[in-house]
Design a protein around this ligand. Structure first.
Ligand code: NCD
Length: 299
């Protein structure tokens, strides 16, 4: 049995295999040949979500796997009565064949071992978001053809942004060149979060980003995770608009895990390089279908 709790749970070979499954799914969608009789799944979300939860639900429907969802688990499940994560996993795994789980405690992934069925991490606090990183990487490949030596600039909340923490590991594995533009209060934050030596990833200052965009293949924007700041968060971030985008390479892609706040102006949405609203989101669905198929086969 295999879980997907962090990037290290899959080898590069496994990720290549999952990418092949994604391609097959994409080719046949919405036609689905698999029956999956008798299987059920649980979507357990103790933090807000739009894309992750609905894409997983859609993926289960596509695979003919009935899914039970708790979208507000802190209010509606026994978490509210103080039930432990250990007991929650023990219980959920008696009713389902696969569990998708999101919770603000970074350490919840340590309790997934109490589940008798595979568990997918849909977000553990500011820790990781491995399925988002998988779909981001797939989107880079689909948009640019390959990853080798691609320059990826990651902007925004690099400390609390869990999608970045997972994505950086995958980009490293695929020989991408990573550059960062953290918000002004978070210098060296990815490095410190991932316990890496300082300045492993060159930093571009907010003022220098518009010129640096002439070298960038992938521009990965993220929002400020305001819900994870205790109180004050008054600082500068790089903002993309029709002016600051000026020098971005013609053959490049703009990604954002969404939701978006003020870091990308709406006027950028119509730019052909902006993949975040349609191609990236749709790849999220194909990726999650492929991942579910893979984990169910590995049981
Ligand atoms: C992200 C998340 O929840 O970490 N959203 C998502 O799942 N696509 C990004 C975010 O909330 O900023």
């Amino acid at each position: 049995m295999k879980n997907f709790l962090k990037i290290e749970d899959f080898s590069k070979q496994e990720i290549d295999l999952i990418f092949k499954i994604i391609n097959q799914v994409k080719l046949n969608y919405p036609f689905n040949p698999s029956k999956n009789e008798g299987l059920t799944a649980i979507n357990f979300f103790a933090e807000p979500s739009t894309r992750t939860r609905f894409s997983f639900e859609r993926a289960f429907y596509y695979l003919n796997i009935p899914v039970m969802t708790s979208a507000d688990a802190f209010l509606s499940s026994s978490l509210k009565k103080g039930e432990s994560l250990k007991d929650t996993f023990r219980t959920l795994s008696q009713y389902s064949d696969l569990i998708v789980f999101r919770h603000p405690d970074e350490n919840w992934i340590d309790y997934a071992k109490y589940s008798r069925v595979p568990v997918i991490n849909a977000g553990n606090g500011s820790g990781e978001h491995p399925t988002q990183a998988l779909l981001d990487l797939y989107t880079i490949k689909a948009e640019l053809g390959n990853f080798d030596n691609k320059k990826v600039l990651i902007c925004g909340d690099l400390h609390y942004g869990r999608t970045v923490h997972s994505l950086i590991k995958l980009l490293e594995q695929n020989n991408c060149k990573i550059f960062t533009c953290p918000s002004s209060c978070q210098i060296d934050s990815v490095e410190s979060f991932l316990s890496l030596p300082n300045s492993k990833y060159p930093q571009i200052s907010i003022e220098d980003v518009p010129d640096f965009l002439s070298e960038v293949d992938v521009l990965y924007m993220t929002r400020t995770q305001t819900e994870r700041f205790n109180g004050h968060y008054d600082f500068e971030i790089f903002k993309l608009n029709n002016k600051t985008i000026n020098k971005l390479k013609e053959k490049s892609v703009i990604l954002h895990p969404l939701p978006r706040n003020e870091e990308i102006a709406e006027e950028v949405d119509d730019d052909p390089r902006a993949a975040y609203h349609e191609r990236q989101v749709k790849n999220g669905l194909y990726t999650r279908i492929a991942l579910i198929k893979y984990l169910l086969e590995k049981r």
